[in-house]
Structure formats: C-alpha cells, structure tokens
Design a protein around this ligand. Structure first.
Ligand code: ADP
Length: 340
C-alpha cells in the first residue's frame, strides 16, 4: 500500500486479503453506495454491457480497493490493480489497457497522483475506448490509434478535489465513502473474528464485549479495525491463553498507543503541535507538517479527516484550529474556540 502508512508484511497482507469480502452481500455499511451499485450492476448485466467508470473518494482503509474486487467479481470479469504513482510513462498505461478484456475492471488507486501526460491517454481510453499515441516527432510525427476493449475504470482518491475537472467528468458514477458506524465495524469484526477462528473466554459475552471495544477504537475505519483485531489476537496468544477478553483488548491497545477514542500517537502529536506550539491555531497545515517532520499530504489524508469528523479539529480560512473538545482530550485549555 502506498499511502496507507501502515507497512504490513507479506503475511499480514495475506491475512488482509482473506478478510476482504468478495460479494456485495458481504460488504458492510455504505448503504447508499451499495444500493447504487446493485442497480448499476444489474442494469448493465441485463444489457450485457461493461459497467460505467466509477470514482470512489474517501480516506484510506474505507473499502475502495475491496469494492473494485467486488465489482469485477459481480461482473464475472478480471481485475487489474495499479496505482497512479506506478504509471510514470504513457507506455505503462498503454500496456495495461491493451491487455484488458471486455468488461474487465481496471482499478487505479491514488489516481490523483498520475502524471498529467499519462492522464491524457486515459481520456480517450475512457471515453472512446481507444488510445491515440504519437510516434516520432517533428516532420515525421505520426499518430497511431489503438482500439481497446470496453472496460470499467475504477479510480480511487482520498479527496475528489484533487482530481482535474476533465478527469472527474469522465466518471459515470462518483461516490464519497463515509466513516463506518461502530455497529458496522462490529459486524466487520465479527466476520473477521470468525475467519481468524478467534475464541472467547468461556462466556460468549466476553468476545462480544472485546469486539465492541475494538470497534469503538477503530476510528470508523475497517482497515484499522482488522489491524487492531490482529494485534489483539497476537497479544492474547502470547500474553494470555489466546482468548479475547475486554481486559486483554485494553492492554493490547494500550501497547499499540491507541487511546479510548481510538486516536494513536500521530493523531495526538498532531493535536499537541497545534495546541502547544501554535496556541491552538489557526495555523497552516504546512507549518504543522514541518514542525512534526511529517508529509502534509499524509496528515491531510490519514489524520485530519477523523479529527474533523469527531469535532476535535476545525478548518478555517486561516488554517487548522484545535477545538475546545480537542484541547480537553489532551488535557489542554484552548481559549480561542472560534471555529468559524
Ligand atoms: P481502501 O482501498 O479504501 O484503502 P481497502 O478496500 O483496502 O481500503 O479496505 C481495507 C480493509 O478493510 C480490507 O482488507 C477489508 O478487509 C476491510 N473492509 C473495507 N471495507 C469493508 C466493508 N465494507 N466490509 C467489510 N470489510 C471491509
């Protein structure tokens, strides 16, 4: 994963893969999106057409890649996965596009990070299912047109605003993924616990309570929920008898630096910089990033969305501002609680 910031080893990747739902029925939450997709998929299958291009935006770990797998599965076609930064030259994309079969799905993660020159090839590919490319230059310049099979592009980006207008307008369906409710995260965790064959200490209730505790600390994000479940599983196996109890969960998550609200070390460091170094803000993101020694984009994608969601952070015209609730969580008094 390129922007996930959670480097997982090959083994964890394999577990992750096995936890990934493969049909729309198993995809938890995002009811509006699921409903839209059910309709589109049934309609195109009845007409024997490829699905329209789909743009998904939202913070990492909310299930965009998973949906691409599901769409290919439901269409009974193949999925090719790539990412914007991996497509450095037009030729990279041409190679990928010409290999696609009818109605295949091409998933481009971080599509906003694709170079402009490559993006331009994609326009005619998406719209007319052909690629125009130039060979030679100057007097001998020639344009060759290559037909490609009608395919479905699924683009994923953390924020829709990062995409150029012409790119955005070529998607037939566009959807912003929301953070998951605790109830939905609990359903995901139940499924994952079953797949990982996790057991509870005698009473079933303690498994239920353990999973509830994990759900409440997963920042509305399925990937985080599954990751914390794996950490808890390891902890339970090594430090206890392998079964989950709320106490085991609590200790394991403490070790992970995850607090009662699910915030981790980076979240707290980010808030502390605004609170302590910049007196609660408003302060520009670049300044916070420089103070933290972190990449501004990483903070914007991985840290800010959830803090905004829970009302710990406000974005104003003048910059980022810690709210009173955010300050209280850190045990700090923020006097300028003007969230305008
Ligand atoms: P993204 O592409 O948005 O970064 P992923 O699709 O890779 O996120 O999802 C991360 C993990 O979270 C997946 O491995 C999957 O197991 C789980 N997951 C995501 N969304 C759902 C969902 N709606 N239902 C069940 N599991 C999900």
């Amino acid at each position: 994963r390129i922007i996930s910031g959670e480097s997982a080893g090959p083994k964890e990747e394999a577990i992750n893969l096995s936890l990934r739902p493969t049909s729309l029925d198993d995809y938890v939450g995002q009811p509006r999106l699921v409903e839209k997709l059910r309709i589109v998929l049934q309609a195109v299958r009845e007409r024997n057409e490829p699905m329209e291009h789909l743009l998904l935006h939202g913070p990492p770990g909310l299930g965009k890649t998973t949906l691409a797998h599901i769409v290919a599965n439901e269409m009974g076609t193949h999925l090719t996965v790539t990412a914007g930064p991996a497509l450095t030259k037009g030729a990279d994309l041409v190679g990928t596009l010409t290999k696609l079969q009818r109605a295949d799905v091409l998933f481009i993660d971080e599509i906003h990070r694709m170079p402009v020159a490559v993006e331009e090839y994609l326009y005619s590919a998406m719209e007319d299912f052909k690629i125009d490319f130039q060979i030679d230059s100057g007097m001998h310049a020639k344009t060759i047109t290559l037909p490609i099979k009608p395919f479905t592009l699924i683009g994923a980006t953390t924020r829709a605003g990062l995409l150029s207008g012409p790119m955005r307008s070529r998607f037939g369906v566009s959807h912003n993924l929301d953070f998951y409710s605790e109830t939905d995260l609990l359903r995901i965790l139940h499924r994952s616990a079953g797949l990982l064959k996790l057991t509870a200490d005698h009473a079933d209730k303690s498994l239920e309570q353990s999973l509830e505790l994990i759900a409440s600390r997963s920042r509305g994000t399925p990937r985080i929920a599954n990751r914390l479940l794996r950490r808890v599983r390891d902890f339970a196996q090594v430090r206890s008898d392998g079964s989950l109890t709320p106490d085991v969960v609590d200790q394991a998550l403490k070790l992970e630096g995850v607090d009662k609200l699910g915030l981790d070390e980076l979240d707290r460091k980010y808030m502390r910089v605004i609170g302590e170094v910049y007196q609660g803000g408003p302060v520009g993101l670049e300044a916070v990033a420089a103070t933290l020694g972190e990449d501004a984009g990483t903070l914007e994608d991985m840290v800010e969305p959830y803090l905004l969601q829970i009302g710990f952070l406000a974005r104003t015209r003048k910059g980022r501002q810690l709210t009173r609730a955010g300050g209280e969580h850190l045990g700090m008094r923020i006097s300028t609680d003007d969230n305008g």
